[in-house]
Design a protein around this ligand. Sequence first.
Ligand SMILES: [Fe+2]
Length: 164
Amino acid sequence: MAQKRSLLVDFPKIVRAAKDRFQLDLKGIHGVSHWQRVRENGHRIAKRTGVEPDLVDLFAYMHDCCREDDLSDLGHGERAAEFVQTLRGSLFDLEEDTFQVLFEAIRDHELGMISGNIVKSTCWDADRLDLGRVMIRPNTKFLGTEFAKRPDTIEWAYRRSLAT
Ligand SMILES: [Fe+2]
């Protein structure tokens, strides 16, 4: 019997929607290569946390796509959460409770919080492990999952993001 999946994501269309919505340089520090690394980080973490990889994909490609600048741009998380809501039902399908968690993960990712919710922790850690691209070494104080906090994980992610 096929495993029941909680969501269906049209990933190529999600990527297209993120690129079309993005107003900044797609090759910049919050552009496509960042989204790809967040996705890969998230999948690595999700293998340990059990989070649905499609949720990681949605977070990775949506969380920064409504930025208006490459600085802190407070409010870009909320804009992105509202944008992803407009794609629900066409580019992906998700049960209400799960969608609400994704919505909050995207909306609040900019606030530097730690969450007890494993979906939020997985997504936020995936993003924060990519700070090497702006010369910041990820700090365990701002990581929520045990896998992301591991010195070898941080070192791998840091070196990889520095090299971009
Ligand atoms: Fe990000």
